[in-house]
Design a protein around this ligand. Structure first.
Ligand code: ADP
Ligand code: UDP
Length: 237
């Protein structure tokens, strides 16, 4: 597979064309950002961890019936994926109150929900990724009703699979963000990444944060937390 010109450079990854128009290569960087790019900094080794963890989680999801963009890991930081047209929705699933949910609704972090919460943000950096509901998404023509239903069904299925897997690793899956894309034949598949950048992971016993919140909140031990969560993952995969 030939790596051709760069199509896009995002905050955490670069995307390259390949000689097959239906495939692209994502290249994971160590760069981290938070608060819509206001806070920036490197997390040494993050790109390698996110690449490997995301690929293995997507492989696991595929075996359980969730279609994903994953094709082949090419190197420590590079992966071949199906090129999709990204649905401009950040799909967030929450099992426990944290982050923006706690802030917006005045709920202490750590309060458990009876049922998972699925919410959408409009993936639009200029607007600061505003929260929206299904009617808003339909009005803005971000996706069709059928596509949104499919996305919600997959998001809940992914949550059930990942929550159970992480519990075996001694990790509580608090919340996470997914992105879905559309293939040329109109199929909705899981894209982007699943990693400590996009999930909140708390040690099930101590509550210690093992994710990007350590960077967002200047808690220190950021690299160590990424290494620890990868170690737990590798031991239980
Ligand atoms: P951001 O754009 O938010 O800064 P990244 O640095 O992670 O994020 O950049 C990766 C970009 O590639 C994102 O915009 C993401 O939506 C997009 N992307 C992820 N998977 C695919 C895919 N399979 N096909 C096309 N684009 C993808
Ligand atoms: N998230 C993400 N990218 C974003 C916003 C959120 O990956 O642009 C993830 C985040 O890591 C967390 C979940 O989505 O696991 C919920 O994030 P929240 O809405 O609480 O936002 P935050 O507190 O990060 O601003």
């Amino acid at each position: 597979m030939q790596k051709l010109e760069q199509i896009y450079e995002g905050k955490a990854k670069k995307v390259f064309k390949t000689d097959d128009p239906s495939l692209c290569i994502v290249d994971y960087k160590d760069d981290a950002t938070a608060f819509n790019g206001l806070k920036k900094g490197p997390i040494a080794g993050k790109g390698v961890i996110n690449n490997k963890m995301s690929n293995r989680l997507m492989k696991m999801l595929e075996t359980k019936g969730v279609p994903t963009h994953f094709v082949e890991e090419l190197s420590d930081r590079e992966t071949l994926v199906k090129k999709v047209s990204i649905v401009p929705l950040e799909v967030i699933v929450r099992n426990i109150a944290a982050g923006s949910f706690s802030k917006r609704y005045g709920v202490d972090e750590g309060v458990k929900f009876d049922e998972p919460v699925v919410e959408f943000s409009y993936k639009n950096d200029d607007l600061g990724d505003p929260l929206l509901n299904t009617s808003h998404a339909l009005a803005l023509k971000l996706a069709t009703k059928e596509e949104i239903d499919t996305i919600k069904t997959y998001a809940l299925k992914i949550n059930a699979i990942l929550k159970a897997f992480w519990a075996e690793c001694g990790v509580t899956l608090v919340d996470f963000k997914l992105e879905f894309g559309k293939t040329p034949d109109g199929k909705i598949i899981l894209a982007d990444e699943i990693s400590p950048d996009t999930c909140r992971f708390w040690d099930s016993t101590t509550g210690e944060k093992l994710d990007k919140d350590r960077f967002r909140r200047d808690m220190g031990g950021v690299e160590e937390a990424y290494e620890e969560i990868m170690k737990r993952f590798a031991e239980h995969e």
